[in-house]
Write a protein that binds this ligand. Structure first.
Ligand SMILES: Nc1ncnc2c1ncn2[C@@H]1O[C@H](COP(=O)(O)OP(=O)(O)OP(=O)(O)O)[C@@H](O)[C@H]1O
Ligand SMILES: [Mg+2]
Length: 168
């Protein structure tokens, strides 16, 4: 049986913290589905298609060793429903600090109620990325701060293009 895990998130944009979790999950499961949540009510920097393309490219270059077992997909609505439909054994979530815990516990327990056989697996972030979020990356980059090493260089390129367009 294929052991499949879903790693859901916005990935707007994907960071080195996300990639670290994908890599850890890839060592544990036969297949890891990076599942981008489609949320029309949330304003984002990148479109869903741009995020899919960037994540795929970055996985192929930075996680080449695991790329055969990593799938990139999108989903809307309930995560529990999507995980069941994907016949996943687990949902993977990253924990950066205690501040992530409250919300993650709520989410995990609600998902357990909705899909009792899908287990939530928490993976502790790498220490060097424990302060890192997409929101912070966007904020710092918008004001000209250096984000080298926190996101793949492709993401920096894509963000520069976005800002250049926005400035016109
Ligand atoms: N630096 C990181 N290290 C480990 N896990 C992370 C890191 N950043 C995000 N995650 C985890 O990845 C999953 C998806 O998170 P999400 O898409 O919200 O990313 P985010 O960086 O927190 O973005 P945002 O700032 O928009 O909330 C969550 O489980 C989150 O805890
Ligand atoms: Mg978040």
């Amino acid at each position: 049986m294929t052991r499949r895990a879903i790693y859901p998130g916005s990935f707007d944009p994907v960071t080195c913290g996300h990639l670290d979790i994908v890599e850890r999950a890839s060592r544990m499961f036969d297949e890891v589905v990076v599942a981008i949540l489609v949320n029309p009510n949330k304003t984002s920097m990148f479109t869903i298609d741009e995020r899919i393309e960037t994540i795929r490219e970055v996985i192929n270059s930075r996680l080449e060793k695991f790329s055969a077992k990593i799938v990139v997909d999108t989903f809307g609505g309930l995560l529990a429903e999507y995980a069941t439909q994907q016949q996943a054994q687990a949902v993977v979530r990253g924990i950066r600090a205690i501040s992530d815990y409250d919300y993650e516990q709520q989410l995990a327990l609600m998902n357990r109620r909705l899909a009792p056989t899908v287990e939530t697996v928490f993976l502790l972030s790498a220490q060097e990325y424990s302060f890192l979020s997409s929101r912070l990356v966007k904020e710092v980059f918008t004001y000209g701060g250096n984000i080298d090493g926190l996101v793949p260089s492709l993401v920096i390129e894509r963000m520069s293009e976005k800002l250049a367009k926005g400035a016109k």
